[in-house]
Design a protein around this ligand. Structure first.
Ligand code: FMN
Length: 218
């Protein structure tokens, strides 16, 4: 077994970082979406791909599956992402419409956990988003039977070519089995890295429509 060690900033024998700002229940906004927006605006300019977020789902046997997706929308009640409805995650969400999102902002040593129920986005919202995508992405969505076995790369490329020819000179409609999901959180956790593993954790739990905040041990 190899022990992996991350870089540490050391000054006078003490591990320090200006980036690790304390987080207290008294500091956070009463609305976790406002708190998320604040962390997003502070952290995302420092990141290469801030929209990358881990999506965890579980199948009908309780087996968890985690993968990155791109966070495409945040409003005052939900988080939105897009995918193929027949993919592993689509099948999981069909049988178990609950999921967790996990965002890590490495430059500021922050993690946000978001958990809740998931529903399929309206067809109109998915259509609008699909129409805004680059043409190559639209063709890709048609060409890939996401998460199904693929005999070879050549099969995918042949299918891509076939789709490009089929839609030549005209707009590409959204594939019926491709679109968005919205996750409506019931719980958030904001985690701030601190020295000596004495991290700060503040959770929000939705109780009858009201958000309650609490501190957890690191
Ligand atoms: C940074 C990053 C962003 C991704 N964004 C998406 C996305 O928005 N939608 C999507 O379907 N797959 C996305 N993927 C691919 C997924 O991680 C995954 O491979 C794919 O969705 C199939 O997952 P599944 O078989 O569990 O459904 C992304 C991968 C990475 C690394």
């Amino acid at each position: 077994m190899v022990t992996l060690r991350g870089p540490e900033l050391v000054a006078g024998g003490v591990v320090v970082s200006e980036r690790w700002r304390p987080l207290d229940v008294a500091d956070v906004d009463p609305d976790p979406f406002v708190q998320f927006a604040a962390w997003w605006s502070e952290g995302s300019p420092e990141m290469f791909e801030p929209q990358s977020i881990v999506l965890a789902t579980a199948d009908d046997e309780g087996q968890p599956h985690a993968r990155y997706v791109l966070l495409r929308h945040v409003d005052t009640t939900s988080f939105g992402f897009y995918t193929n409805y027949d993919s592993q995650k689509g099948r999981d969400l069909h049988v178990n419409p609950r999921a967790a999102l996990l965002w890590y902002c490495e430059p500021l040593g922050r993690q946000v956990r978001i958990e809740g129920g998931v529903s399929v986005m309206s067809e109109q919202a998915s259509d609008e988003y699909f129409a805004s995508r680059p043409r190559g992405h639209q063709i890709g969505a048609w060409a890939s039977a996401q998460s199904q076995l693929l005999p070879s790369r050549a099969d995918l490329e042949a299918r891509t070519q076939e789709i490009a020819t089929r839609f030549e000179g005209r707009p590409i409609a959204r594939p019926e089995r491709w679109g968005g999901y919205r996750l409506v959180p019931a719980r958030f956790e904001f985690w701030q890295h601190r020295q000596d593993r004495l991290h700060d954790r503040v959770v929000y739990v939705s109780v009858r429509g009201e958000w309650r905040t609490q501190r957890l041990s690191p």
